[in-house]
Design a protein around this ligand. Structure first.
Ligand SMILES: *Cc1c(COP(=O)(O)O)cnc(C)c1O
Length: 400
């Protein structure tokens, strides 16, 4: 397979031509059940009529105007996000990394505006993922993403996941904020216990720090709440959002309290595309559905069902599955075999899942999946586990 694309991805030799609901059809006609959701993006599945309608209607009118003018659909989407969250104000972006960049800049600007320009440092956690820009790879702190790209952007202090003493020791005179994913996504669906999030809030309040949540993966209904922070009742000062909010259209947002955002005055930040009319039309259409009465109840119920069925799967295949964790429809299977091999075995059964850190396979299906989709996914995962067990038996036989 040769391609003119920069080879930064080891792509599977599969191209999808169309989709409907949680199902994708490849160019060879094979039908896959997608429990990866394009990495938690296709929150309403493929070809959702309401989203297609919103995009095509807006496409007939106007695509882009720039942020030099008012964008009424953007004001409406921002108002709806403000009404449904802790936030008072919203900045729209095209991606998660840009939403994070806005969050990082805002936290620094806040401290500077408060007379503390020295408080530019942000505490982050091992295993985190915040994006691929120079600042967000520094925030994520993963060596594999930093290697070869020159000096790491200064201003991020990383502490081990769940190490309270290290966290307290890391707070210094230059610390201005703490940044965390309420559930680490790429790090392997590692939930932060509620009492830890509450502890972070208290630490921030005690030290005059801002609490930043990266809800790029956990947000917009993924966990059965509109945002995952609600599971613990903790509100951040700043929050980055993307992935699911666009349902497949590139869209991100940085939400904040007016206090945290007080340094972000006219001219201090900007974007050419962020919040353009096409993106705003789709974002509003996504919220029409996710915020509709009963939708998040569906996510919680179907998530619970999937989780129960996965627990049964673990009982049937203890040599393959070590544990299952997560919330709502953000679930991780920690495997005893190589997680990439597990994902390949699932794909051989025409089920898409996504490897993550900590030898975990992520399930991030569209939030609209039905009980029948869950049964089908479990059937295919069962078959994938049997494939993997057959391989184990073969290698056991060879070494015996
Ligand atoms: C995907 C992701 C990002 C980066 O989003 P992009 O749209 O790829 O820039 C940031 N944070 C988290 C938690 C993510 O899952």
């Amino acid at each position: 397979m040769t391609s003119p694309l920069l080879p930064t991805y080891a792509r599977a030799d599969i191209a999808f031509e169309k989709g409907e609901g949680a199902w994708l059809e490849a160019s060879d006609g094979a039908r896959y059940l997608d429990f990866g959701g394009g990495i938690a993006v296709a929150s309403l599945g493929y070809a959702h009529p309401h989203l297609v309608g919103a995009l095509t209607a807006q496409g007939q009118k106007i695509w882009h105007t720039s942020n030099l003018f008012r964008i009424p659909e953007g004001e409406r989407l921002a108002q709806r996000l403000v009404d449904a969250t802790f936030a008072d104000t919203v900045f729209f972006t095209n991606s998660g990394a840009e939403a994070m960049e806005c969050a990082i800049k805002m936290a620094r600007k806040y401290q500077s505006t408060c007379g503390h320009p020295e408080k530019y440092r942000i505490i982050t956690f091992e295993g985190a993922f915040h994006g691929r820009t120079l600042a967000t790879i520094a925030a994520g702190g993963q060596q594999k993403y930093l290697d070869g790209f020159g000096p790491k952007v200064d201003g991020f202090d990383q502490v081990p996941f769940g190490d309270h003493d290290a966290l307290k020791a890391a707070i210094g005179p230059e610390t201005g904020a703490i940044l965390i994913e309420p559930i680490q996504g790429e790090g392997g669906i590692r939930p932060v216990p509620s009492q830890c999030l509450r502890g972070l809030r208290a630490l921030c309040d005690a030290h005059g720090l801002l609490l930043i949540f990266d809800e790029v993966q956990t947000g917009v209904g993924r966990t059965g709440k509109f945002f995952a922070g609600e599971l613990s009742g903790v509100t951040p000062d700043i929050m980055a959002v993307a992935k699911g909010i666009g349902g497949g259209f590139p869209l991100g947002a940085c939400l904040a309290t007016s206090e945290a955002a007080k340094g972000m005055t006219a001219g201090s930040h900007g974007t050419t595309y962020g919040g353009n009319p096409l993106a705003m039309a789709v974002g509003n259409a996504v919220l029409d559905i996710v915020l509709a009465e009963g939708f998040l109840d569906h996510v919680r119920e179907i998530g619970l069902l999937l989780r129960q069925r996965l627990a049964e799967l673990q009982d049937r295949h203890p040599r393959i599955i070590e544990l299952v964790r997560g919330e709502g429809l953000m679930l991780g299977i920690k495997t005893r075999v190589n997680n990439a091999d597990f994902a390949l075995a699932a794909r051989a059964e025409l089920l898409l899942v996504i490897p993550a850190g900590d030898n975990v396979v992520r399930l991030l299906p569209p939030l609209i999946i039905s009980e029948a989709d869950v049964s089908e996914a479990i059937k295919r995962l069962d078959a994938a586990c049997c494939r993997l067990e057959a391989t184990l038996d073969k290698t056991d036989g060879a070494t015996a």
